[in-house]
Design a protein around this ligand. Structure first.
Ligand SMILES: [Zn+2]
Length: 195
């Protein structure tokens, strides 16, 4: 999920000496854009929890920070797999890094209507109703099960990323009118070679 509100800070932090720079060089994946069928099919369950998966999730965090996002799902890097990463602090707090493998919503409460964007649909935003609180059951990169509760932006990020793992984009939560408008604009951009 993209977060416009924190983009200026994220830009500032990449030019400074941050702890991220001191860690091993990470692979920055290009983000797959709307129109690629991988974004609209459900991902396969994660079955192998090994060093390769840990490396993949670290590379996904790096790719997400590079794109100034707060969440990134594997289909967005062209991988049809049920794993996503979330960090609503934009890399400022290492403890806020959350890997969600095979996540499921076990409880949802309340409703919040807020503007939302997606790294795979750059330049477009829309109002989406999401639960105010959600509880997620998932596995971490080591395969350990855990439960986590999210509120507001974190709850929204969890729901947005889990949607990705099910092949659902935020466009599907918009009114038909708004959705068609965005789709038409993307079609036009694609014709101009700008998508
Ligand atoms: Zn997204």
């Amino acid at each position: 999920m993209s977060d416009k509100s924190m983009s200026s800070e994220a830009v500032a932090s990449t030019s400074a000496e941050t702890p991220q720079r001191l860690s091993a060089a990470r692979k920055i994946y290009p983000i797959v854009k709307y129109g690629n069928p991988v974004l609209e099919k459900p991902g396969a369950s994660v079955k192998k929890f090994d060093a390769e998966l840990e490396q993949l999730t670290e590379d996904m965090f790096a790719s997400m920070y590079a794109a100034q996002g707060v969440g990134l799902a594997a289909p967005q890097i062209g991988l049809s797999l049920r794993v996503a990463v979330v960090d609503v602090t934009g890399g400022k707090n290492p403890e806020a890094k959350i890997v969600l493998a095979n996540p499921e919503v076990t409880h949802a409460e309340g409703e919040v209507r807020e503007e939302e964007g997606c790294l795979s649909i750059p330049g477009f935003r829309g109002y989406v109703v999401r639960p105010q609180f959600v509880t997620i059951k998932a596995q971490n990169a080591k395969g350990e099960f855990f439960e986590i509760r999210g509120e507001n932006l974190l709850a929204r990020a969890f729901c947005h990323e889990i949607d990705h793992l099910n092949g659902i984009l935020f466009l599907q939560h918009l009114s038909m009118l708004k959705r068609d408008l965005i789709k038409r604009k993307i079609k036009k951009l694609r014709k101009q070679g700008e998508w």
